[in-house]
Design a protein around this ligand. Sequence first.
Ligand code: PLP
Length: 380
Amino acid sequence: MQTITLTDTENKSKIIICNPQFWTYNSGIMGYFRENIEKMAGYEPGFQPTEADVVKLNTNENPYPPSLKVTEAIQKMTSQQLRRYPQPMGDSFRDAAAKILGVKPENIICTNGGDDLLNIAIRAFCDKKRAVAFPTPTYSLYPVLAQIQNCPFIEIPFDEEFNLPAKLASTGAALTIVCNPNAPSGTLVPKDELIQLATELKGKGVLLIDEAYVDFAENNCLELTKKFDNVIVLRSMSKGYSLAGMRFGFGIANKELIKGLLKVKDSYNVNAVSITAATAAIEDQQYFKNNIKKIKIDRKILAEALAKLDFEVLPSEANFLLAKPAKMRAIDIYEKLKEQNIYVRYWAYQDIKDKLRITVGTSQQNQALITALKEILAEG
Ligand SMILES: Cc1ncc(COP(=O)(O)O)c(C=O)c1O
């Protein structure tokens, strides 16, 4: 993709502005699609193996099953609930989540996974003249959604320690997205810095804090949705609550922002089964908290084991680790693990191609990974 790169010599940082007119063409142009759709490559989801007996540490699922209350609630559903359209706003979930989070149901929008909220937000706030901005490297869906919406996207690189770039406050973007904890780094930006950013953006643009992984972090930014009229917090039921297959996420914000987002969503964007499942899952806080505790303990053990194998591991507040091998190329390790049915995530992107992103699995899965890595590194 062709881009404009502005280099700020004083701060030695780059801002990359990707305007639709500079997007390059893919092969296979048909001429039927809107120009921006012809030009874009599309999102590439992580590999989903069909076999059950693999060690799957590549797409940040929770290694534990959903609460038994979820399966019970689904089993109790009637065929009538499938025959009829679902609650348009997912009210059962809104009520349950509002109680747990200490907000009002009108502060919540239910979405078909967190991805649906990102899509709704970009459609609601951005167009050819209204950009979306985000620090990079981050969730690779953001630029894809911008390309679909045909809006410019502004990428501001994180520094080596993944500190929040100060320039994010002055991009002029209609929507700024900060993924916190960030994917794929797992790093967490302190709340104070996001309060500062929201303050600077107030009256100029919306700040969406993507907290898909926040269940595994020590801190979150929920309180900002009460203090600011320009902050949306994204949450996902895929990670902490083990419901990736169900597809359920939600946004929390000031009620006027929620009203606007509701105008943009599909009329029935969450289905009857997923509303039932997500409601049962969020109501079982004890099961949720137990799983989070186990994953945090295993995250520490896995990070230490990787460090012993000379991987450089960033401090993570998510359910995955970004690890840079010292002795072999990341891609070679990735391929060799795959041969043993152990899947981790590798991207050939410039800024992370020397690293692997590894989801924290069960203790046994993590151990299987470490054993395989020892062999691979010993063979070289
Ligand atoms: C950073 C980030 N945000 C949002 C999502 C969306 O999650 P989901 O649509 O499964 O709720 C993901 C999924 O992997 C993610 O990594």
